[in-house]
Ligand binder design. Structure first.
Ligand SMILES: Nc1ncnc2c1ncn2[C@@H]1O[C@H](COP(=O)(O)OP(=O)(O)OP(=O)(O)O)[C@@H](O)[C@H]1O
Ligand SMILES: [Mg+2]
Length: 263
């Protein structure tokens, strides 16, 4: 039995503007099928990257696995237990900025640790994770006094300090400049190696998935099914241009997503 099992999972949304469809349309009036009978299994400690066209249901799947949304049919089982709601052991890092703007970095990281009674242990934990994301010296800065990349690192520190069993990342590099994107990506790879926890990341960047993933999932257009679910055993650090296996896989995924020429 795998750590995370997604079984026959489907999700329909009610779409109010969708009530006048052609009579032969397979979708029910007012219903929009997003995920269609998805079956996936992830191992504990894996870095899973999910790719797919915009609107195919990647964030929806992540929300359902994390227990923030419910499936229309099918189920998600994590560590032998059926998911029925969100868990404090499973942390979500959203695409948009999630830091509380009136709290400094230290207080933001402390947010998830309020249950820790031993102050000394708590302070050590906060410092450990601020150091891990290389924000030491910026503990007392407010989010508006940090760059975009530093804010993203502070969010990561806050999520990781909780020591979650699973970390969900929904497009965590969106909005970052190219170099910061690459640096934070490298940090996430190092952090994943260091903490060894399961991470499930949605991204639009095929290169991110190739560099980071233990397993790549590629979704089709809606109604979404799985076009590829592949385990990657390339050694790290990975260089797409120097490893023919990786560049072939990149071209295969680009083709799968409808792009036939990559410069
Ligand atoms: N709460 C909701 N109610 C109705 N429809 C929704 C809801 N959430 C998402 N949808 C629809 O479900 C589809 C999938 O949305 P989702 O956000 O999961 O896509 P995505 O793959 O994450 O897209 P993107 O790459 O653009 O972030 C979209 O067509 C969206 O309009
Ligand atoms: Mg999304």
């Amino acid at each position: 039995m795998s750590f995370i099992e997604i079984k026959n999972l489907s999700k329909n949304y009610v779409n109010r503007r969708n009530t006048k469809r052609a009579p032969d349309d397979p979708e029910q009036p007012g219903e929009m099928k997003v995920l269609d009978d998805i079956n996936l299994e992830f191992e504990e400690g894996e870095m899973v990257c999910i790719l797919g066209p915009s609107g195919c249901g990647k964030s929806t799947l992540l929300r359902i696995i994390a227990g923030f949304d419910t499936a229309s049919s099918g189920e998600v089982i994590i560590d032998k237990e059926k998911v029925t709601g969100a868990s404090s052991d499973h942390i979500f890092v959203f695409q948009q900025n999630g830091l509380l703007p009136w709290m400094n970095v230290w207080d933001n990281v402390e947010l998830g640790l309020r249950h820790m009674e031993n102050e000394e242990e708590k302070n050590e934990r906060i410092q450990e994770y601020i150091d891990l994301v290389e924000l030491n010296g910026f503990e007392y800065n407010l989010p508006c006094q940090l760059s975009g990349g530093m804010q993203r690192r502070a969010e990561l520190a806050r999520a990781l300090a909780v020591k979650p069993d699973i970390l969900y990342l929904d497009e965590p590099f969106t909005g970052l400049d190219y170099l910061t994107h690459l640096k934070i990506r490298e940090e996430v790879v190092n952090i994943h190696e260091y903490i060894g926890k399961t991470m499930i990341m949605v991204t639009h960047f095929i290169e991110d998935a190739l560099v980071m993933a233990d397993r790549i999932i590629v979704f089709s257009e809606r109604p979404t099914s799985i076009k590829m679910a592949r385990k990657l055993d390339f050694s790290r650090p990975r260089n797409i241009n120097k490893d023919p296996g990786l560049s072939e896989l990149r071209d295969e995924i680009f083709l799968m997503l409808g792009v036939s020429y990559v410069a």
